[in-house]
Write a protein that binds this ligand. Structure first.
Ligand code: HEC
Length: 111
């Protein structure tokens, strides 16, 4: 038992050292960019519903999420889980926490 626990230690240490983004991606099997394309792009590309609504209230050039200069992952996660204005909320049953984290990391990394 003890030998097993000791043998497992390096594996655990390695898993803990993996950045959150990588772990989220590993679980989801798809990159944040791919997941964004599947789940968000319908509304959040140029000319999309989300982009058009956002262009009324965010600075010019910031309405398209993939071109946003600042989009903290925590904001993306909160907006997706709660919904905002005319964007419906997306629950965990439809989009897992790991997939949402991967999307949020992808959007934040464009800072
Ligand atoms: C059915 C269309 C639709 C889909 C699908 C959709 N959104 Fe949205 N989203 C919107 C609309 C519309 C707004 C603007 C809401 C408002 O201000 O009234 C918005 C706003 C946002 C905002 C707020 C930005 C800000 O500056 O306040 C974020 C972040 C966001 N969406 C992320 C996402 C992500 C991530 C996904 C995919 C998981 C997604 N959305 C899927 C329609 C959509």
């Amino acid at each position: 038992m003890r030998a097993f626990a000791i043998a497992a230690l390096p594996v655990l240490a390695f898993a803990a050292a993996l950045p959150l983004a990588q772990r989220a991606q590993a679980q989801a099997g798809k990159s944040g960019q791919e997941l964004f394309a599947e789940r968000c792009a319908a509304c959040h590309v140029e000319g999309g519903f989300g982009t058009r609504v956002l262009s009324r209230r965010v600075p010019e050039g910031q309405a398209e999420l993939e071109k946003r200069e600042t989009l903290p992952a925590a904001l993306t996660i909160a907006v997706v889980r709660r919904g905002i204005g005319s964007m419906p909320q997306i629950r965990e049953a439809e989009l897992s926490d790991a997939d949402l984290q991967a999307i949020a990391n992808y959007l934040e990394k464009r800072l």
